[in-house]
Design a protein around this ligand. Structure first.
Ligand code: PMV
Length: 354
């Protein structure tokens, strides 16, 4: 007999890594610490209707992405659920109807696993808490959600905190951890809490190499040990730079990390290139503009061809025309998403589904 029918829902953002996580071991543990900016407008909304089933039922689910059943997503969700269900006390004998949608078009080329997996993890934590009958302290709740999200997608563990998060052990930060992210938003200079992050869509095609395959190739990359060491050194530098508010130093680290990530891809075996000609043209335009005008405008890249344009909020008006005239024509269908640092996930309290 099915006993209860309840709903849990979360909206959770994507994030942009400034120090990149690239290379992992064990159960999705990072080879080096990473630091990301939590985004605002690029998010996933996930709603789970859960029904308690008879004993012995286990945990089952149906998954709808933007009202459609997508078999590829469903497989990934099933694998994730089977990996994490043992981490909860009350997620047994349930049937979940999971409905998910993104604020950005599915095929926009924006990595959606961070927002999708963090939204899902938050919902699972909410369901577990509701069924336990007792309230968890919010910090512990987010800590658990980060841990669970990591198992779905490493970078997802950083999406649960406002403005900035750190994932992976750092000797100077005693609370930092390999298995979950910690918040860093309270410690950064205000200039980074209002950071603008315009996503310049160069191509919305599916990536030719998945990030799972990319991480895997780091195991044989001859530069890997040096890279992991370099990331640690740069992290120490970035922590200070972000506390002090040195935007130029921040931007230089962001660009260097982005190009290092792509250099690692190019030096993998087999080698692969995810940037497109337009990505390089945009990089040149951004660097030339910065050199000529002195404006603090920098870029980052994810594991794909699209650029993230990083600049302080107070220069938005001054560079609007340049973005429109010089950068937009290099974007696919003139497509750009204005995003910025954001407050992190929020619980959905009102549901439009039955
Ligand atoms: O979380 P994954 O396994 O999709 O890996 C993400 C890796 C990068 O986005 C390239 C870097 C990062 O730290 O987010």
């Amino acid at each position: 007999m099915n006993i209860v029918n309840e709903i849990a829902g979360w909206q959770s953002p994507s994030n942009l890594a400034i120090i990149k996580y690239w290379g992992k071991y064990g159960n999705q543990l990072p080879q080096n610490p990473s630091l990301s900016i939590t985004l605002s407008h690029s998010f996933t909304e996930t709603i789970i209707e859960y029904t308690q089933m008879e004993k012995g039922h286990g945990l089952t689910s149906d998954f709808y992405f933007e009202d459609q059943k997508l078999p590829a997503f469903k497989t990934r969700i099933d694998q994730f659920l089977s990996k994490v269900s043992g981490r909860f006390n009350h997620l047994n004998n349930l049937h979940l109807t999971i409905q998910s949608k993104n604020s950005f078009p599915h095929s926009s080329g924006i990595a959606s696993s961070a927002s999708a997996m963090s939204a899902l993890a938050l919902c699972l934590c909410t369901i577990d808490e509701a069924l336990s009958g007792s309230k968890t302290h919010y910090n512990d709740f987010l800590n658990k959600a980060s841990f669970i999200a990591r198992i779905g997608s490493g970078s997802a563990c950083r999406s649960v905190y406002p403005y900035a998060s750190i994932w992976g052990q750092i000797s100077t930060l005693p609370h930092s951890h390999q298995e979950y992210a910690i918040p860093f938003g309270d410690e950064i200079h205000p200039i980074f809490r209002t950071l603008n992050n315009d996503i310049l869509i160069v191509s919305s095609d599916q990536k030719s190499i998945s990030s799972t395959a990319g991480h895997e190739m780091m195991n044989n990359n001859p530069y890997a040990p040096v890279r992991y060491e370099q990331a640690r050194t740069k992290m120490d530098l970035l922590l200070n730079v972000m506390k002090e508010g040195d935007f130029f130093a921040f931007g230089n680290i962001a660009e260097n990390e982005a190009l290092t990530l792509h250099a690692l891809m190019m030096s993998s075996e087999p080698s692969y290139v995810l940037m497109k000609p337009e990505s390089l043209l945009l990089i040149q335009k951004i660097r030339t503009f910065r050199h000529d005008t002195g404006y603090p405008v920098f870029f980052s890249l994810d594991a794909g061809p699209n650029l993230h344009l990083l600049y302080p909020a107070d220069i938005s008006d001054s560079i609007k025309t340049w973005i429109h005239d010089e950068l937009l024509p290099l974007c696919q269908n003139n497509y750009l998403i204005h995003d910025k640092a954001g407050k992190g996930p929020s619980q959905i309290e009102e549901f439009s589904i039955e």
